[in-house]
Design a protein around this ligand. Structure first.
Ligand SMILES: [Zn+2]
Length: 399
């Protein structure tokens, strides 16, 4: 019995969209459960369920056990064979994934890329990978596409703005490239925000996700929603200035957090020693190279100090680290130690600091959530039905 999981705000809601949300969020319900949860009249409820069934939003699933008479069946959200395509881009590699409607990665292809190249040369091969993956599931139905990028993305439009990573890309380059391939719902999101959303265990959790890859990104998820801030920049911690006379950052200023604690900063610091890639640095750290361990500790220390303020402000359930550097156990441990030392006990107690899932899986999961919300949120579904009502009414005039 899963009625307890019905979000409180949906109890008593009766539109087609709210009914669908009830059924989706509760992993299926019987007609009796829907009647008692919504308080709707039987006639209205059954009429709406019939409409949702005919339109392919729901289906009658397994019998619930007979109480005499016709056995009642559980009503489920129609997710059979439906998939989402996720294209998750980092600065040096990108993954195309097919996910089910819960965001679970079903199959994927990863390729190396250089995101500083022209948009078409970066996106074209990933879109081709997506087509290849879709061809492997001919019976699947693609619902929509999600794309994540290591750069700020404008909510709503999916435009790339204020980018230090890909300053040469036109704001609408991602939207145009994907729309040319598929005429389906599309969500474009910052990579750390997508991964943060994918890392949440429930919609009551507050999660701070920090991606430490080539650069530093941060996604804050409060009770199931991405925190964006007044101008969309909430959590953009990579360019907090730790000192005014520190090393030069890629943004042109001195002493940013990214100039101390990012993968790029670490590579530059250690590059003279023949450690050119993150894989080289991983291997040297595992082998106990003292110079590498010192550099890692220093990077973790600075990041932990910067994060103490964020953690104190938000008091999250979990601080999750991801990315090439952020997924190193030693690094996660050192960042966690610093944060827990620097915040007050009430914040530190119960705070979980951990490495996340592989980032492409986390971001894929978050993107699938965003695509599903875009198509199946109560507002989106009700809008589809209200537009149809308008069309039917208009079509009736003059008959
Ligand atoms: Zn900077």
């Amino acid at each position: 019995m899963t009625v307890e999981r019905v979000p409180a705000g949906l109890v008593g809601a009766t539109s087609h969209g709210h009914l669908l949300e009830l059924i989706r969020s509760a992993d299926g319900l019987s007609r009796q459960q829907l009647l008692s949860t919504t308080g709707m009249s039987r006639a209205t409820l059954y009429q709406r369920l019939d409409t949702l069934t005919r339109r392919g939003y729901i289906y009658e699933a397994e019998p619930l056990g007979s109480t005499g008479g016709r056995p009642s069946r559980k009503i489920r959200f129609e997710d059979r064979g439906r998939v989402v395509l996720a294209l998750t881009l980092g600065q040096t590699h990108g993954t195309a994934s097919i996910a089910d409607t819960t965001g679970r990665q079903l199959r994927s292809v990863t390729r190396e890329l250089d995101i500083s190249g022209p948009a078409d040369s970066v996106l074209g091969p990933l879109i081709a990978d997506g087509r290849g993956l879709l061809a492997q599931g001919p019976k699947e139905t693609l619902l929509g596409i999600g794309v994540s990028l290591p750069t700020p993305v404008e909510a709503g439009t999916g435009y790339v703005r204020h980018s230090t990573t890909i300053p040469g890309w036109a704001p609408d380059s991602v939207v145009q490239a994907v729309r040319a391939a598929w005429a389906l719902p599309l969500v474009v999101e910052n990579d750390a925000r997508a991964a943060g959303l994918g890392e949440r265990n429930s919609d009551t959790e507050t999660v701070v996700y920090v991606k430490v890859g080539t650069g530093i990104g941060c996604g804050i998820v409060v009770e199931g929603s991405i925190l964006r801030g007044a101008h969309g920049a909430a959590g953009d911690i990579g360019h907090i200035r730790m000192t005014s006379d520190g090393p030069l950052c890629r943004c042109g200023r001195h002493g940013c957090l990214a100039a101390y604690s990012s993968g790029r900063a670490l590579r530059e610091k250690l590059g003279g020693r023949g450690l050119e890639t993150m894989a080289d640095i991983h291997a040297a750290a595992k082998a106990g190279d003292p110079g590498v361990l010192d550099a890692l500790e220093s990077a973790a220390e600075t990041l932990g100090r910067a994060l103490a303020a964020t953690i104190t402000t938000l008091n999250p359930d979990r601080l999750v680290l991801g990315g090439d550097l952020g997924s190193l156990d030693l690094f996660v441990h050192q960042v966690g130690e610093r944060v827990i030392t620097d915040v007050v006990d009430r914040i530190a107690e119960g705070l979980i600091v951990e490495a996340g899932r592989p980032e492409d899986q986390a971001a894929c999961s978050g993107l699938a959530t965003l695509v599903m919300r875009k198509i199946f949120s109560p507002a989106a579904v009700d809008q589809v039905f209200s537009q149809e009502t308008v069309r039917v009414t208009a079509g009736s005039i003059g008959r």
